[in-house]
Design a binder for this molecule. Structure first.
Ligand SMILES: [Mn+2]
Length: 355
């Protein structure tokens, strides 16, 4: 498997490419043009620019996360075809510059939700936290305001202020949206996109809903084994794939990650590996990658990837904030690098065991 690291771009990330390159096993960055609004075409010269910035460090730009889906596509609005055509144009351009995997999600309104970005643990480290009691009954606008205040001048993917200032309108548009209807809209999108992805040499990889349950009454269709089965069946092509994210699926402890890996591995071009601690009331907290620190058996997850001969891309998803690092929430250098060493250590041990 090929180790990658999310990087937010020059001037938009606290971590230099030179430091990313120094992490053992590193092959490439997971990137995006974060300033391009969902639905707009990514200019070729901007893609070329990222390539010219990254490749001198011996790193690839093979994985993009994410090319975001315009809300009209998720809603199935009449104007969705315009945005689908734009998406196709972006895919063709990305393919031209050697991109192999495009991660995306199909979550209404919010990409991901937490209630604390810097929740302190006993050891003084901080991490992302989800507390049910603080979501139940809260106005989503209040949550958005708290996020903007706590993100310390760094933009958060999926929490674009320009888009979220129309929150009431967005929620209105989703009134009456069911899981089945949302699924139909995903199918419509995939039927158009996948043939283009195939031609461009790109594998699409849908990211699970984070958290994997309905929040604020919005439907969720990428949260469990059955959902993945429905999605891979929508268009039967290797280009219609999954980003298997252990941390996003993990808050539902019924999700059996090793079993999902064994079932869907041919359709998993990209893996996110991280651990979380799920409390009895369902609240969860992002821990170190170490199996014994959280509720997910990361050792078993890596074992499953090893058993199926996983040769796709993976990245440590989020990390804690440790050693006084000033960084984007979940995206510091230190803890993600530690996570990589743990996962690579497990992989080596399984590899030695096989021989
Ligand atoms: Mn993830």
């Amino acid at each position: 498997m090929k180790t990658t690291f999310r990087w937010y771009g020059l001037g938009n990330d606290t971590i230099p490419l030179a430091h990313i390159k120094q992490i053992p096993s590193m092959t490439g960055v997971v990137w995006a043009l974060h300033d391009i609004p969902a639905g707009e075409v990514w200019p070729e010269e901007r893609i070329a620019e990222v390539k010219s910035q990254v490749e001198p460090y011996g790193l690839s730009i093979d994985v993009v996360e994410s090319v975001n889906i315009h809300e009209s596509i998720k809603l199935g609005s009449p104007d969705r075809d315009v945005y689908i055509e734009n998406y196709k144009t972006t895919l063709r351009s990305l393919g031209k510059y050697g991109v192999k995997v495009v991660c995306y999600n199909f979550m209404p309104v919010f990409d991901w939700i937490r209630t604390d970005l810097f929740k302190q643990a006993d050891d003084g480290s901080t991490a992302l936290f989800y507390e049910h009691a603080r979501i139940d009954g809260i106005d989503p606008k209040v949550l958005v305001k708290q996020f903007m205040e706590n993100s310390k001048d760094l933009t958060l993917p999926g929490w674009e202020p320009d888009r979220l200032k129309h929150l009431d309108k967005l929620f209105d548009l989703y009134k009456g949206m069911t899981e089945d209807k949302l699924r139909e809209n995903l199918k419509y999108f995939l039927e158009q996109i996948i043939p283009v992805a195939e031609e461009a040499g790109i594998r699409m990889a849908i990211h699970p809903d984070d958290p994997p349950f309905s929040v604020f009454g919005l439907p969720r269709i990428v949260k469990c084994h059955e959902d993945f089965q429905k999605i891979v069946d929508m268009v039967d092509s290797p280009a219609n794939g999954i980003t298997l994210c252990s941390g996003a699926l993990g808050p539902n402890l019924k999700n059996n990650l090793p079993e999902m890996i064994r079932t869907f591995h041919k359709r998993i071009p990209f893996a996110h590996i991280r651990n979380i601690k799920v409390f009895d009331n369902g609240d969860f907290y992002e821990t170190s990658h170490l199996t014994r620190d959280g509720s997910l058996d990361i050792a078993e997850i890596v074992k499953a990837y090893h058993e199926v001969g996983f040769d796709g891309y993976w990245r440590p998803d989020h990390g804690r904030h440790i050693w006084d690092e000033k960084c984007r929430p979940g995206y510091g250098l230190y803890d993600r690098a530690l996570g990589i060493m743990y996962v690579e250590g497990l992989w080596d041990a399984y590899e030695k065991g096989r021989k």
